[in-house]
Design a protein around this ligand. Structure first.
Ligand code: URA
Length: 443
């Protein structure tokens, strides 16, 4: 049914199959036709598979991303009176950084609307963590969201269905056609949502390692490069931070436990590596958004906002604004707590040092306790999870705690303990703590 001005879908699939390039108009035609159901799933799937094999040029990747953004609404923050910032993490185990970073950045003068997802498989999701706070709602209408940001500078919400409907449809098709693992498709999917969110500054936390989507630093570098090129191509100040995900981030894995750890971190406690990553991401956001003039100034400002309690106070305001119980910031005991909490201890006959702790395995152990979901519709248990008492490089005395397991039942505790026994690799010799290595991509 093609006419001279309407591209022929088969011809577009064939061209990509042979490694050719599609124009912005042709990509717009494919994306718009697919969302409008004029182009059937089987043709779109064939084109997606051709992209997986042949890749996309930088211009194609940007054009596809723009076409996806055009499929829905976009947020307009003009007149908000603060620089707008956004952040995305490619996902990992124990990653509760957004809960610390969002209120701190709002306290620093930014407008930060963080649209997040739910956990699936071994990685957790920010929405599930927030819903562990009694009463907290992650659904805000666009008008409510704007009013909240005008008042307190931030919101932590679910991805708005009005934004980028093409992404939901394309992702569902990729999921069942073996076409998820393509760098331009992943980059387009992530960045379309960021561009539609409307922030002027975007920082991307691209994780690599056994617990991450990208297993090697080289893969993470390729994805980070594609993400940054799209952001810059669309006129946003964009930078990526590559961060390791070999062992979980911080000590807590599980929804309420992670909220508690985030609050501890906002109040000056919490694990060092969580604070370091928050500082790193926040520093790039402040610099790119023009809210700090140097790295030292940015780090000092964020640290002062933590130490003065301003970040924790903003988190309490955000919780109150979204229907949650703000007393949780002063008294994390309000959070749901699992009924069966016991230490899992070392049974070695002498001192041992943790040599390895597989993040993916810990995520799966928490998932088996009920902290995550295997399919999109599974319920999650907010209370259960694991607190790692020993991380890589830590010394553990005989009978010393390796982890605290928060379970619903003794049987579930035993199952998690069996998994952790396999996951903790202990050495009789001291093991150095891994140095924090961040690599920065983008100007
Ligand atoms: N996350 C996304 O948002 N999209 C992908 O394609 C992969 C991960």
């Amino acid at each position: 049914m093609s006419t001279e001005s309407t591209p022929n879908v088969v011809a577009l699939i064939e061209r990509k199959k042979r490694g050719g390039e599609l124009t912005a108009e042709e990509l717009g035609f494919l994306c718009e036709g697919f969302v409008a159901k004029r182009i059937p799933d089987y043709q779109m799937a064939a084109w997606l598979m051709a992209v997986c094999w042949r890749g996309m040029t930088e211009a194609e990747t940007l054009a596809l991303t723009r076409a996806m953004v055009d499929s829905g609404e976009r947020l307009d923050w003009s007149g908000i009176g603060r620089p707008t910032v956004d952040k995305h993490s490619t996902g990992g185990v124990g990653d509760k950084t957004s809960l610390v970073l969002v209120p701190l950045m709002a306290a620093a003068g930014a407008a930060f609307v963080k649209m997040s997802g739910r956990g699936l498989g071994h990685t957790g999701g920010t929405l599930d963590k927030l819903e562990a706070i009694p009463g907290f709602s992650v659904s805000l209408g666009l008008d409510e969201m704007r009013a909240q940001v005008e008042r307190i500078g931030c919101a932590l919400v679910g991805q708005s269905p009005e934004l980028v409907p093409a992404d939901g449809l394309l992702y569902a098709l990729r999921d069942v056609t073996g076409t998820v693992d393509s760098v331009p498709l992943i980059a387009g999917s992530i960045m379309s949502k960021k561009l539609a969110g409307g922030a002027g500054t975007i920082v991307l936390d691209v994780k690599w390692g056994v617990g991450a989507f990208m297993r090697t630093v080289e893969e993470a570098r390729a994805l980070a490069g594609a993400l940054v090129r799209i952001g810059e191509g669309a006129g946003r100040r964009t930078r990526a931070v590559l961060s390791p995900m070999e062992e979980p981030l911080g000590r807590a894995v599980g929804n309420a436990l992670e909220v508690q750890e985030a609050i501890d971190t906002l109040r000056g406690g919490g694990p060092e590596e969580l604070w370091e990553l928050t500082l790193e991401l926040g520093t790039h956001l402040l610099l790119l958004a023009g809210l700090a003039g140097s790295t030292d100034e940015a780090r000092t400002r964020l640290t002062e906002l933590r130490d003065s309690g301003a970040g924790a106070a903003t988190f309490a305001e955000l919780i109150r604004a979204q229907g949650g119980d703000p007393r949780v910031v002063e008294d994390p005991e309000i959070l749901p707590r699992a009924p069966y909490v016991r230490d899992f201890v070392s049974d070695a006959d002498g001192d041992r040092w943790v040599a390895a702790l597989d993040a993916r395995g810990v995520g799966e152990a928490a998932l088996a306790l009920g902290a995550g979901r295997r399919t999109k519709t599974d319920p999650v248990d907010p209370a259960v999870g694991i607190v790692l008492r020993a991380r890589i490089g830590d010394r553990v005395a005989p009978g010393g705690a390796l982890a605290e397991i928060h379970a619903r039942t003794e049987a579930e505790w035993n199952e998690a303990a069996g998994r952790l026994r396999e996951l903790y690799r202990l050495s009789p010799e001291p093991v150095a703590k891994p140095a924090t290595r961040y690599e920065i991509i983008g100007g």
